[in-house]
Design a protein around this ligand. Sequence first.
Ligand code: KIV
Length: 261
Amino acid sequence: MCAKSFLQAKCEGRKLSMVTCYDYTFARLLSQSAIDGILVGDSAAMVVHGHASTVSATVDLMRLHTEAVVRGAGDKFVIADMPFLSFRKGLAAALDAAQALMAAGAQAVKLEGVGGHEDVIQRMVESGIPVMGHLGLQPQSVHLYGGFRVQGRSCEAAREMVSQAKKLEALGAFAVVLECIPAALGREITETLRIPTIGIGAGAGCDGQILVLQDLLGMNLDFQPKFARPFWHGSRGVLEAVANFNEAVKAGTFPALEESY
Ligand code: KIV
């Protein structure tokens, strides 16, 4: 897969599947799967580092996670998230940030929003960096919203989002993530654009879907957004394994003879 094949998939009516990943171990596993792309999301700040939002992610943090994922991802298409403000401090700073992520091995970058950084998106595309947009709930703006809330519910907000999506396409983005918006709006944007939409809480009408890997694996005991269907009971599995280890150690049955030198 590559940015061009995302467009091709939409033309051929093939759905696209993506997951987030932040480390080498999971990237190796994903490299054996049929998913179409891996996003090194700035959600790493929350999922891996326990922060309350993605605002804490930095270029250095994203570079580190991108390098680890790329080492394990084999030939998977890896997209790196541009963290909070890294693309809002002027063109040169934005290009430096993108360069760091591409040098870490990403094959594309994703950035939130469009208004006020159109020049950045255009210059990156002209410089050979495939850009994925991100509209709807933009987690880096959580403090502006006052929480993680569904976006685009009003007619006016929906119209504005359609026009932002068109702008992203005109600027050369190869795809756009639509996060937490009404399903009807997700479908409308998808039908309006030539480039594929990748939904997360944006309904079944999108060209593809993305989930945070830990949500998909059911690793969260206390956080279960409506859209994040767990496809496994990971937390149960992990707790069972650790409990079994603990019991075996305490009972003196681990390590066994054949596990000793
Ligand atoms: O950082 C992230 O995980 C994301 C996805 C929610 C699309 O941006």
